[in-house]
Each structure stands twice: as C-alpha cells, then as structure tokens.
Design a binder for this molecule. Structure first.
Ligand code: NAD
Length: 478
C-alpha cells in the first residue's frame, strides 16, 4: 500500500521519487510505503491551509464543534480498524490499541467539541471602562507527533487546533503513518472544508524541519524527544512562532512502606511496562522504602515475569514488540551500560517466540537493581521495557532521587496515607504526579512537563489557550 499526502481536500502523490518503508515491528515485514515529502510538498500544504483559514476561522464555535463531532462519529465507525492498524504499525498489543489508542482518538474529538461549545470570552469591569476578552485563531499550525501513540496524540492536537479556528498541517512520525492516513480518510468522508486539515508524510529532516521553519506557519505544536524538541525550538525562534513542546521523561514511582502492596504492584508494573515502556509517562525508576523492599521485590518480579510477551494481535498479549530495530539496539545498549555501571539484571533477556516473529524487535521486560541513583541508566530516558529499582529510607531521600534528573514530566507515589502522598507529590518537580494511580486522566486537567520535559501545557482550557490569541478590547464608558 502506497500512502499519499492530503492537501487542500485531495489525496496527492508527493513531488519527489523517494519513499519510506513502513515495517511491522513484530515481524520486520514491510507492509506499506509512506512518501518522503519534499519542501515543495510542505509549501503546497501550508498554502492550502493558509487559503482555508479566514473562512474557517470566521465560523462560529458551535459550527466548528459540530465538525469535530462528525469526525468523532467517523472515527468511531472505524474503531476496530484503528485498533488493528495501530497494533500492526506500532507492535503494541491489540487490547491496548483498542482501549487506549482507538478509544482516546474518538474521545479527543468529542471532548474538544464540548470544550469549544463551553468556551467563552471574559468581561472585566472597571469603574469607567469594560474589557472584552476574545479568543482569536492564531492562523496556520504545524502539528508534529511521535510514534508511540500515533492517532491518540495527533487527534489530541488536531481537535483543539481546528476547533479554535486554525487550519493545520500534520506531520506524523515516519515510523507509524497508518492511522494518520485513516484520519484523513475520515476527514475526507465527512466533507470537512478543504484545506482545514492537511497532512504531509515524511521524515524529520525533510518534511518536519521545513514545516517548522516555514515563514507562513504561525504556531508549532510538537510532541517527541527532548533533543528534537530543542532543534524545533531553535527553528521556530527567529519568527517567534507560538510553540508548545511535549518532550521526554524519566519518571519515578515512589513506593512507601504503608502502601497497599497488592494494588501498588499492579500499578507499578503497569506504569513501568505499558506499551513496552514506550510511554513518556512510564515510571522507569522505582524507589522502594526499606521496610517493604524485600517483599516488594519478590512479588514485583513474579508479576513482571508473569506478563505474556508475544504476537500483538493475540488478545492475551501483555507486551508486544519495540518500534524498530534501531530502537531495540538503543534499549539493548542501555542494558549493557547498566552492567558496566554496576547494575544486576534481575530479570530480562529475550522472549521465546514462534519462528514467524523471529525478525521482530523483541526484548523481555527487564528489571535492574544495584545502580547508583545518578548513573546514566537511572537518569536518562531509555523508553523501553526496562526499569531500575532503588532503595530509600526517608521521604526526603525519595524526593531527592525523584528530582535528580534533567526531566520533569511525571511521577507517582504509592501510600496508605493520602496526606503524606500529597506532601511528597507537591515536592516533586514535574508537571504531573499521581497518588495511588497512574495515567488516570481528566482531560480538563493540565498535561505537560517542566525542565527538559517541555514547555507549555495541553488539556482542556490550556489547549484552547495555546491554539488561540487572547485579545482584549477596552471600551471607556461615556
Ligand atoms: P522524535 O523526536 O524522534 O520524533 C518526533 C517527531 O518529530 C517525528 O514526527 C519526527 O519525524 C519529527 N522530527 C524529527 N526531527 C525533526 C526536526 N528536526 N524538525 C521537525 N520535526 C522533526 O521522537 P520519537 O522517537 O518519535 O518519540 C519518542 C519521544 O517522544 C520520547 O522521548 C518520548 O518521551 C516523547 N514523547 C513525549 C510525550 C509527551 O507528551 N511529553 C508523548 C509521547 C512521546
């Protein structure tokens, strides 16, 4: 299957001759090709978005919200197809692709349709004047997304961006282009006005960087790695483009002696290994208090080893394949490094799989102990099914370890004392902390990181604020 760009309401072949193979991570088989778009393709997509913007931005919010609902309906009617495409394209278990990826892609459009209906300007009265605050579209947006949650993250940007009256050019990850293509099919079928949503496939250096540095792009919403984020920030800076960066993380799960061990183990395993540990929020450093350490380790390892690693299309699979051979090598490199840094691999290795999966990107869930808390493996983002476990005695020590990375995205605290949990959570320098849960999301709450984990917040009114320009008109009374 050869994919096409979607520009000005039409599926178009790209202008260059080069293609990117799309591989199935679980088998290594190539099952599609995506265009390696050129700067000329990026130009036409931006032109189409620019042409469409005034009319789209001039519609009222209710009308745009109805379009978001139609897209949600279209996605919902292809729910199972989204799940199986996402599972095939990313290597994640089908059950996860269904409950997380397909589910959130539909919910994102519905949620922002409702948010846009509710969204109003503000009025601030002074003794002699009235201030009228309104939210205008920013213009043309570049939306760039990674491979770990392809449609989930793309829909999380497209819905608020167009809902607030912007037009957009999307650039999904070259590794996982399939569901972005499906979204364009849905957008085409529902008849969204041409040019409101455009898509160029391609890599970061070609399509991605030309999009970000283009003179006619007004805002950039980027989710991806921290080092790419800094290049994106640099490219967007000369024109002061509005910029949102959702970047990497190295998150701690803090397990206190007074926790409920049963639910904590389930929560910490889920947080460490969901999507093969390829979620920016994954808790890959597990800090366990002295008094519970031995019991925790015994039951934790048992739970980790009981997970089924295998064919992503099997309903019973807990962990699938890593995204690419290159990424697998990076993860293996960190495991080797952990040994050099004095760590002990308590469980890990390679899963035993049928012959037809032998060319996939496989590794078993890996638990490392004995690393120093400032070792590279304990402080750098590995983004795979690899966690390190560390012991601590006092709360202040756990807080110190959790804050000892360049990242500041998320974390979790597991305790029977909610006050103590809140106190610790308040001392962790990240954008989000969960107490006795993980990845539990109210879409109205702010989402985003501090330090090297990003700039800005997404979610509810934060997304609507980013995708608009708040403008004040102050009228002096007679
Ligand atoms: P990546 O940075 O390699 O790529 C992300 C996107 O940026 C891709 O579409 C890529 O083609 C594009 N890109 C690459 N170079 C570019 C450039 N110079 N200019 C413009 N675009 C460019 O990241 P990845 O490997 O796809 O994703 C994994 C990373 O994403 C991890 O670090 C993870 O923590 C992070 N992530 C963060 C969040 C969050 O919300 N904070 C969510 C998911 C993933």
């Amino acid at each position: 299957m050869d994919l096409m760009n979607y520009i000005g309401g039409k599926f178009e072949r790209h202008s260059g001759e080069k293609w990117l193979d799309v591989e199935e991570p679980s088998t290594g088989n190539v099952f599609a090709r995506a265009p390696l778009s050129t700067p000329a393709d990026v130009d036409s997509a931006i032109l189409a978005a620019r042409k469409a913007q005034p009319k789209w931005g001039g519609m009222d919010g209710e009308e745009r919200a109805r379009w978001l609902d139609r897209i949600a309906d279209g996605l919902e009617s292809r729910y199972e197809e989204i799940a199986s495409l996402e599972s095939k394209d990313t290597g994640k278990p089908i059950s996860l692709a269904r409950t997380v990826d397909a589910h959130r892609s539909v919910v994102n459009f519905r949620f922002f349709a409702d948010e846009i209906r509710r969204h109003e300007g503000e009025i601030f009265e002074m003794a002699d004047s009235t201030n009228f605050v309104s939210y205008r579209p920013v213009g043309v947006g570049a939306l760039i997304t990674p491979w770990n949650l392809p449609l989930y993250l793309l829909s999380w940007k497209v819905a608020p961006a167009i809902g607030m009256g912007n037009t957009v050019v999307c650039k999904p990850s070259e590794l996982t282009p399939m569901t972005a293509n499906l979204l364009m099919e849905v957008i085409h079928e529902v008849g969204l006005p041409e040019g409101v949503v455009n898509l160029v496939h391609g890599d970061g250096l070609g399509a991605g960087s030309s999009l970000v540095s283009h003179d006619d792009v007004d805002l950039v919403s980027f989710t991806g790695g921290t080092s790419t984020g800094s290049k994106v920030a640099e490219a967007a800076a000369p024109q002061f483009k509005k910029l949102s960066l959702e970047l990497g993380g190295k998150n701690s799960s803090i397990v206190l002696e007074d926790c409920d061990i049963e639910s904590t183990i389930k929560g910490v395993v889920r947080s460490g290994f969901m999507n093969q540990g390829q979620v920016c929020l994954c808790g890959s450093r597990i800090l366990v208090q002295d008094g519970i350490y031995d019991e925790f380790m015994e039951r934790f390892i048992e739970e980790v080893e009981s997970m089924t690693v295998g064919d992503p299309s099997d309903e019973g699979t807990d962990l699938g394949a890593l995204i690419s051979a290159e990424h697998l090598r990076k993860v293996e490199g960190y495991i080797e490094l952990a040994k050099e840094e004095g760590g002990t691999i308590v469980t890990g290795g390679y899963p035993c799989l049928p012959e037809r999966l032998s060319n996939g990107n496989w590794i078993a869930p890996t638990v490392i102990t004995g690393l120093s808390v400032d070792s590279r493996c304990s402080t750098e983002e590995i983004f795979g099914p690899v966690v390190s476990v560390h012991r601590f005695s006092k709360d202040s020590e756990a807080i110190g370890i959790a804050n000892n990375t360049r990242y500041g995205l998320a974390g979790s605290v597991w305790t029977g004392d909610l006050e103590r949990g809140r106190r610790i959570a308040d001392s962790i320098h990240t954008g989000m902390v969960w107490v006795n849960t993980w990845l539990h999301r109210d879409l109205r709450a702010p989402f985003g990181g501090v330090k090297d984990s990003g700039v800005g917040r997404e979610g509810g009114k934060w997304s609507l604020g980013f995708f608009s320009e708040a403008t004040n008109v102050c009228v002096k009374h007679d």
